[in-house]
Design a protein around this ligand. Structure first.
Ligand SMILES: [Fe+2]
Length: 373
């Protein structure tokens, strides 16, 4: 073999080696890219198949935000939906903890991906502080898939919320229909259940710290607290003067009878609330003479709301008291009839009670509860 031929051959081999190394490198990069893409798609698939609850949207929003953070590394990420004709953030995260609003970063490279949410608008906001930042076509494609996942989840979420509200309204209407049957027996109690519901809710929100499920339970208990009066004869229920002993006894059966009636309501625990709404804080109430915090909190709230409404409503034998007068009465019996802690809260709610009284006077009797939910 001549020297030239051998040098040529070495050169060729070297080129071949270089080319093979180049190919291997390309293959590795491609594999990494494919694996990375696969990983993103795999996670996206998992994200789509995790259902959680369509009503409680928080855990899913956290997952969406985490996914965007891990795979697209934005400095600012938000999911906006239209509320009251403007876009408001349903989820928001900023890498540097900057708040959403006027202080949010101004000079970002921003990508907006519109969400399809039936009758209203929504969008995903992805912001990068580096204005030269580019989302390449493949990333945009994956983001498109991500956007579809978010969109279809939110569509289901809002549908579930609507459905739940409709179910609630149907349930509340039927609860109200039962309460109306009591009010039909006694003209002076017209609208009473709605007002007790309104004042009890006001008191609970003023105390604070209760979730919406608890408040809803309280509201239903308030509406139905006197349902047991259905078992009391009209002659007693509507008697204008004082009741004799026998009549009083019959009247005092209504919390127990009412408790038995509401026991049948599936998914609620209303019996103790209704049964004990005439217990007194000092233990001298009925039917069981429970004392202090042995009385369910809801019943203690309902007793205050019930008494406040009785005092601030016109009766054949007296005019309605002013809010301030009624609050004075509640204060006078704090610790004997009423829970003193709850009374001290309601004493600070004079303005809100006045507003609620006005609002209830203006509403057609019996329509408040349905329109509020
Ligand atoms: Fe009652």
């Amino acid at each position: 073999m001549s020297l030239t031929r051998s040098t040529e051959r070495r050169k060729m081999l070297l080129k071949h080696e270089e080319y093979r190394a180049h190919l291997e490198r390309l293959l590795e990069e491609r594999n990494a890219e494919i694996l990375g893409t696969n990983h993103k798609l795999q996670e996206l698939y998992t994200l789509g198949s995790q259902t959680y609850s369509f009503v409680d949207v928080e855990p899913k929003l956290t997952d969406f935000t985490r996914y965007a953070d891990q795979h697209f590394h934005p400095d600012t990420f938000a999911i906006f939906v239209e509320q009251d004709k403007t876009l408001k953030p349903l989820a928001f995260q900023d890498r540097y903890g900057r708040p959403f609003g006027p202080d949010a970063p101004q000079n970002q490279k921003v990508y907006r991906f519109p969400l399809e949410l039936d009758s209203f608008r929504g969008e995903i906001y992805v912001g990068y502080d580096d204005e030269s930042m580019q989302l390449f076509e493949k990333q945009r494609h994956i983001f498109g898939l991500f956007r579809d996942r978010v969109g279809s989840y939110l569509k289901e979420h809002f549908m579930a919320l609507r459905h739940r509200n409709e179910m609630r309204q149907m349930f509340v209407s039927s609860v109200q229909a039962h309460a109306r049957s009591i009010e039909a027996k006694d003209a002076y109690t017209a609208g009473h259940c709605d007002r007790v519901d309104r004042y009890a809710e006001l008191l609970a929100r003023k105390v604070g710290g209760f979730d919406e499920k608890w408040i809803f339970n309280l509201k239903v208990g308030s509406i139905l607290h006197d349902i047991g009066k259905i078992g009391v004869r009209s002659a007693i229920l509507c008697k204008p003067g004082a009741l004799d002993n026998g009549e009083s006894e019959e009247m005092q059966t209504h919390p127990v009878v009412g408790g038995r009636i509401v026991r049948a309501l599936h998914g609620f625990n209303l019996e103790p609330i209704v049964r004990h709404h005439h217990e007194r804080f000092d233990g001298r109430g009925y039917p069981n003479g429970l004392k202090g915090d042995k009385i369910p909190l809801e019943s203690r709230m309902i007793l205050i709301a019930d008494t406040f409404d009785a005092m601030t409503s016109d009766r054949p034998y007296r005019r309605a008291m002013t809010t301030a007068q009624a609050l004075d009465e509640l204060k006078r019996f704090a610790g004997t009839q009423f829970d003193p802690d709850l009374v001290s809260v309601i004493l600070n709610a004079g303005t809100e009670l006045d507003a609620a009284r006005l609002e209830m006077e203006r509403k057609p009797k019996g329509d408040y509860f349905v329109s509020a939910w």
